[in-house]
Ligand binder design. Structure first.
Ligand SMILES: Nc1ncnc2c1ncn2[C@@H]1O[C@H](COP(=O)(O)OP(=O)(O)O)[C@@H](O)[C@H]1O
Ligand SMILES: O=C(CO)[C@H](O)[C@H](O)COP(=O)(O)O
Length: 499
């Protein structure tokens, strides 16, 4: 299904100065260690507060004399983005020029109840740990907050208390039991006609749950985390709501969905980066955020990564090479075909066409440590094509560019040499990426001209060169590779629109 979108453009795409970068000698954290919450500066050694370099052009904004001064014009504010990805969460705190004043990362604490992970508790604790990782003297300058989360990660919560009524359905979980029902009500090959769609998860829950369903509401991971900060249940954004069936072109849920009994659980939908309300007074005072701090709607992690890359012209694309492989191509035409896991997110007056594969970094982390990846990558010759033909998956099931819940992982034969093995995995994932982009072209999307890379894999130069060779396109590392930066841009958008 193809359509062009004629909508009033909103300032979604930011023409940022290219020099937007980190403030040095400041609180620039590269890594957080969850057990201690200790933050490490760019020098990778703990920088005792007293020894931090004092940036120029001080503006005294902090009451406590030992706090460093903030290098911001008086009255300027900061904007906080939080990214809840597959393997961990991050924050980025920026000013209106897009300069990063602080950033940090937390891994999810493992809360296992008899082998079952309590994800809601882990995400909630991580949220408040990240708020505590924001330097105290910067929190009081924070004007707005936004959060991105993994797409189609779904919570069914109590519509009064917000407490989860069921274990969260993760982004790549397939509820194919509900697929026949979804296919019977939705248009052919609609985005929701995939086992991992939010609508399949909603219907699967609806069919299993026999308690009172009137007190339930559906939220996505980012929605629920934002609710913890603003306290208004039942608000989502049109990126997260896409896979439950929201139509971003109509700016409404379609009638075929609203006529269903479970439509009573659907959240209201706003554009990403729209102010929902102020931070809850108790949270604000406990963590030192000002009463006027806005909480704004978010987006999904791969769209936040696209926003961070600041790709603003059709034909530009971002591959999020994180735990999974998600590709996003800026297109003037909307493409949707669940047979291949292809869908389009709205971005301003254009479309982000793409899909998300279950291949990606997670399988790498299952086999190699990050340090081994660096050491082995150094020995790879990216000019040579690997003869190994894998389909690297952690478990059975693929979403894109083949939507097959029964697709099995293929990682044999394993060569003696780990360098050759890693080369084969990199090359095989690159082939999947190339197949994804060529499929988008076949389905009518704007021709891809350049690919920016976000996510943990973006830093691997050898992999980038392999991907350039396989894709036959220029591939570069996005200026900002963290989705948290994209979420911070949404917080900035919300604050600017609320003036
Ligand atoms: N040097 C490297 N080369 C290739 N991949 C890497 C490297 N370092 C980390 N990764 C991969 O990056 C992934 C984490 O990226 P990240 O964007 O944090 O993921 P997510 O947010 O999806 O959890 C890991 O799965 C890891 O395998
Ligand atoms: O793989 C994922 C988790 O990282 C998500 O599916 C990814 O966000 C892609 O979904 P979307 O295109 O809706 O953003």
């Amino acid at each position: 299904m193809m359509a062009s979108l004629h909508h009033p453009t909103s300032p979604f795409l930011f023409p940022w100065p290219s020099n937007a970068n980190n403030k040095h000698g400041f609180y620039i954290s590269r890594k957080a260690f969850p057990e201690s919450g200790l933050m490490y500066g760019a020098s990778s050694k703990p920088i005792p507060r007293a020894k931090r370099a004092r940036p120029r052009s001080m503006t005294t904004l902090c009451s406590k004399k030992e706090d460093p001064k903030v290098d911001l014009p008086v009255g300027e504010r900061l904007y906080l983005g939080l990214d809840f990805g597959t393997s961990g969460a991050r924050f980025a705190l920026i000013d209106k020029q897009g300069t990063i004043h602080a950033e940090g990362k937390r891994e999810y604490p493992l809360y296992l109840n008899e082998e079952t992970m309590d994800w809601a508790r882990s995400w909630k604790d991580t949220l408040f740990l990240l708020l505590e990782d924001v330097p105290y003297y910067l929190r009081e300058l924070t004007a707005s907050i936004s959060i991105d989360g993994t797409s189609a990660t779904t919570l069914i919560v109590n519509s009064t208390t917000g407490e989860p009524l069921w274990k969260p359905f993760l982004y790549n979980e397939s509820c194919s039991d509900a697929l026949p029902t979804v296919k019977s009500i939705a248009p052919e090959n609609h985005t929701v006609c995939s086992g991992s769609s939010t609508l399949c998860k909603l219907i699967s829950w609806w069919n299993q749950e026999d308690s009172d369903k009137k007190s339930a509401i559906l939220l996505h991971q980012a929605d629920w985390l934002l609710w913890l900060l603003h306290g208004k249940l039942g608000v989502s954004d049109y990126n997260n709501a896409l896979k439950v069936g929201y139509d971003p072109e109509l700016d409404a849920y379609p009638s075929w969905l609203l006529s269903q009994p479970y439509s009573q659980l659907l959240p209201s939908v706003k554009a990403p980066g729209t102010s929902i309300g102020h931070i809850k007074e108790d949270i604000g005072s406990q963590y030192g955020f000002p009463k006027d701090c806005l909480v704004c709607t978010g987006t999904t992690d791969s769209i936040a990564a696209f926003l961070a890359a600041r790709a603003t012209q059709p034909g530009k694309a971002v591959t999020s090479l994180g735990s999974t492989l998600a590709i996003k191509l800026l297109s003037t035409t909307r493409i949707e075909d669940a047979r291949f896991g292809v869908y389009s997110h709205r971005l301003d007056d254009k479309w982000l066409v793409g899909g998300a594969s279950n291949t990606g970094g997670a399988i790498l982390r299952q086999i190699f440590t990050d340090e081994q990846l660096v050491a082995l990558s150094e020995k790879i010759n990216p000019v040579e094509a690997s003869p190994l033909d894998y389909y690297p998956l952690q478990t059975v099931g693929e979403r894109f560019p083949v939507a097959d819940p029964k697709m099995a992982p293929r990682l044999q034969p394993r060569p003696e040499s780990d360098v050759e093995f890693l080369h084969g995995i990199f090359e095989s994932i690159a082939r999947i990426e190339a197949k994804g982009y060529s499929l988008l072209k076949e389905l009518g999307a704007t021709q891809v001209e350049e690919v920016f890379t976000a996510g943990g894999g973006a830093k691997n130069e050898k992999w980038t060169k392999i991907r350039e060779r396989v894709l036959g396109l220029p591939v570069s590392c996005a200026t900002q590779t963290e989705a948290a930066y994209g979420a911070a841009l949404l917080a900035l958008k919300g604050a600017q629109q609320n003036k």
